[in-house]
Ligand binder design. Structure first.
Ligand SMILES: Cc1cc2nc3c(=O)[nH]c(=O)nc-3n(C[C@H](O)[C@H](O)[C@H](O)COP(=O)(O)O)c2cc1C
Length: 162
């Protein structure tokens, strides 16, 4: 197996782990900046920490990294088109998106199931990704909104296991 094949095999393996989809958004003074991520994980209660892994070649992360506050929105089940838009390599990621303002530069997606208003607490090395530890400053819950699920590169919703 060459390295490209090994990379693809690992992507397939990782895709068997179901995740939510998170919109990571902010405003740099001129325009909104953001991207969709599914590497979100909860980390700690005290202090309140979550993590996200960012590919080292991301062109959007350096813009978010410069902001004092970043908004994390856990997308709702009907927001597949938005996830696609927020991960597109060309095109306006914020077309027709009415962002909600948080503290300072944080921006949120209406229709999400959870908003986390965050500051960056630490940056750790994670191979070809950087592990970003976010400290949560504010939470806004929308428990009646069901989450979007990403599994095997497909967008799904939740259903009861039994
Ligand atoms: C469902 C989904 C999950 C994604 N998760 C991540 C992720 O966890 N980390 C990451 O760096 N990119 C992730 N991406 C890719 C980014 O959204 C984006 O396409 C990529 O960073 C390239 O854009 P950029 O150069 O503007 O950063 C994901 C894309 C999709 C559609």
């Amino acid at each position: 197996m060459n390295s490209a094949e090994a990379n693809l095999a690992l992507r397939r393996a990782f895709s068997l782990f179901p995740t939510g989809v998170v919109a990571m958004c902010g405003h740099n003074g001129n325009e909104p900046v953001g991207m969709a991520v599914n590497s979100f994980s909860t980390v700690s209660l005290e202090p309140p920490l979550v993590s996200v892994c960012i590919a080292r070649q991301s062109s959007t992360w350096p813009k978010l990294n410069a902001l004092p506050r970043i908004g994390l929105s856990i997308l709702g089940a009907d927001q597949e088109p938005l996830s696609r838009q927020l991960s597109s390599r060309n095109g306006d990621r914020f077309r027709d998106v009415a962002l909600e303002s948080g503290e300072e530069t944080a921006r949120f997606i209406p229709g999400a199931t959870l908003w986390l208003d965050c500051t960056i607490a630490d940056r750790l090395s994670g191979g070809d990704h950087e592990i970003i530890l976010f400290e949560i400053r504010n939470t806004t819950l929308f428990p009646d909104i069901r989450p979007l699920v990403f599994h095997q590169s497909q967008y799904l919703g939740l259903s009861r296991a039994s």
